[in-house]
Design a protein around this ligand. Sequence first.
Ligand code: CA
Length: 232
Amino acid sequence: MSNLGEKILVVEDDMQIRNFICYSLQTEGYQLTTSNTGHGALSALVSEQIDLMLLDLGLPDFDGIEVIKKVREWSEMPIIVVSARDQDKEKATALDLGADDYLTKPFSATELLARIRVALRHLYKLSGNKQQTSIQIGDLKIELDKRLVFLNGAQVHMTPMEYSLLVLLFKNAGKVLTTSYIIKEIWGIGYGNDTQALRALMAGLRRKIETYPAKPRYIMTEIGVGYRLVNE
Ligand code: CA
């Protein structure tokens, strides 16, 4: 067992999905608390020590989005949203409000566990403040102190914008970043939703780091939501 027995709050009103999630998590040694409503989730969060929340967006009493808003007023705990396939807009809203990631139904136990591991790892990284000087994923390496990027050991020349985008993705490897979040981080507030500029910047970056830009190995497009750098 690779985890530390973290306690996960599972908020899901569909009994079958809830049972599936609980079974998958229990076999990995996680502790569990469950709720089938938004109210139940909030009361569990104030009365128990929860390390991560898995949150269904469609709840019987109120929207999962409202749960995220409330929780983010007082906690930075990882939140992974669980949603139906046709809820792209809700997914992006949830992420912009501070959810860490999302899973689209139906999902596998492997996928669920991988997302939980990534979210918990980010949590520990936040609490420890070790300063990293270089980061590497696959054959891609960034030397943060020198602002240099290498692919297979050869230096890749980047524009300052491409570099900022790549560092942002690296620092959030494995997590999906919404288009509007990336725009805000790269261009600043006030640029609204200039997705055209981001798409152009992304295309330029992919040409430099991907062998087949149309079939990316590093930067995946999350349709209708944003982008995710793979986390090998
Ligand atoms: Ca539901």
